[in-house]
Design a binder for this molecule. Structure first.
Ligand SMILES: Cc1cc2nc3c(=O)[nH]c(=O)nc-3n(C[C@H](O)[C@H](O)[C@H](O)COP(=O)(O)OP(=O)(O)OC[C@H]3O[C@@H](n4cnc5c(N)ncnc54)[C@H](O)[C@@H]3O)c2cc1C
Length: 338
């Protein structure tokens, strides 16, 4: 077990903001993880599990013991005539895993191509894009309790999946380490091309009868044209969640904003596009020093280089306040603020 102290985390978060971890260890095996947990039963530090760091915002140095998930391995564990069950360890890169499934003829994850981060983090906020959520393909999530090393398996229904949400983002936040996920994928394609941007891209490429790999390529093209690459501009993708409101509130809003985009949400609620609200409030392209709101995508807050996590956070507070004043809606952050 190697423990680094006061480890600089700038390279470990896609915002590229500076912060240090009091302790830092790479988790390459379950034995290492269990050894660390045992040692910590005496030391009593808080743990912070880190995958690709693409959904965290460090606003200060952390006293936590950062556990960088490097557990690797992917294999088929079972199949029947229609489905195949693939287990993937948490430290695997998400996009590489998606490509592996497509190359092997296991379908379902194509719309989730190019989402940054690790397999271990995918259940946490139930990653989603272009009309698909990962919850529809997760069979089981394998965890280790960070207080006593006990292993527990959560079946899909025990994960309490919702829009950018799960039990791991709530009751179990910071309490368990997700070390493995089992996915149930399709042997025959069942494509989801309902999303307009995806359709347009396929048309542009002249593809009439797409295969799953074509969907993946179209998703990659659309994402690359719309979202800033964290290697070039620090960001964590969508900074805020799309708000869900009641029909009554929506009807009132519509009186003042007849063109407000809206979509069906969960439990009869109406989902609004947070990016539209932020754009409409005039924030798109806003820059303050080295932090700002992306030029093309109002939902994405960015660090142009030397910005700090605290500056990004303060900007997000100002946006939340402004949206509340202008639309009466309170935006919630999607990113995990540390
Ligand atoms: C350019 C860009 C585009 C994005 N687009 C999308 C998108 O389309 N859809 C979408 O849903 N998300 C998107 N995201 C957000 C992000 O990619 C996902 O949330 C991803 O799943 C985060 O994975 P990660 O490994 O980087 O997690 P991290 O950022 O390392 O961690 C996120 C949270 O999960 C916890 N955590 C991480 N791994 C584990 C584990 N193994 N066990 C327990 N807890 C853990 C961390 O403590 C933290 O609270 C985007 C991000 C970027 C930068």
């Amino acid at each position: 077990m190697e423990i680094k102290e006061d480890k600089d985390l700038t390279q470990y978060n896609t915002f590229g903001v500076g912060a240090t971890a009091r302790f830092f260890s790479e988790i390459n095996s379950l034995d290492t993880l269990k050894e660390i947990i045992k040692k910590n039963q005496v030391d009593g530090n808080e743990f912070l599990t880190l995958g690709g760091g693409s959904n965290v915002l460090f606003t200060k140095n952390t006293d936590a013991w950062v556990l960088k998930n490097e557990l690797k391995g992917v294999r088929k564990i079972k199949e029947d005539s229609e489905n195949v069950w693939i287990e993937a360890f948490g430290g695997e890169d998400w996009h590489s895993f998606v490509l592996y499934t497509l190359e092997n003829g296991y379908y379902g994850l194509e719309n989730l191509s190019l989402i940054p981060g690790s397999v271990g983090a995918c259940p946490i906020q139930n990653i989603g894009a272009y009309g698909v959520e990962v919850k529809d393909f997760i069979s089981d999530v394998y965890t280790i309790d960070l207080s006593n090393s006990e292993e527990e398996v959560f079946t899909n229904s025990q994960c309490d999946f919702g829009y950018r949400n799960s039990i791991f983002k709530n009751e179990l936040k910071g309490r368990v380490f997700i070390y493995k996920v089992v996915f149930k994928l399709n042997k025959s394609p069942n494509l989801n091309v309902a999303y307009r941007a995806l359709n347009e891209e396929l048309e542009k490429q002249g593809i009439n009868n797409p295969e799953p790999i074509d969907i993946s390529k179209a998703v990659i093209a659309v994402r690359s044209s719309k979202l800033p690459d964290p290697k070039e501009i620090g960001n964590s993708g969508s900074f805020f969640k799309n708000p869900e409101i009641t029909k009554e509130i929506f009807e009132k809003l519509k009186l003042n904003f007849p063109d407000i985009p809206n979509y069906p949400g969960a439990n009869g609620l109406i989902k609004l596009a947070a990016g539209w609200l932020i754009d409409r409030a005039g924030w798109k392209g806003y820059r303050d020093g080295d932090v700002g709101v992306h030029k093309k995508q109002a939902l994405v807050l960015v660090n142009y280089g030397k910005g700090s996590g605290k500056e990004v956070y303060d900007l997000s507070e100002r946006i939340i306040l402004d949206i509340k004043n202008k639309f009466g809606i309170t935006l919630a952050r999607e990113v995990n603020v540390i």
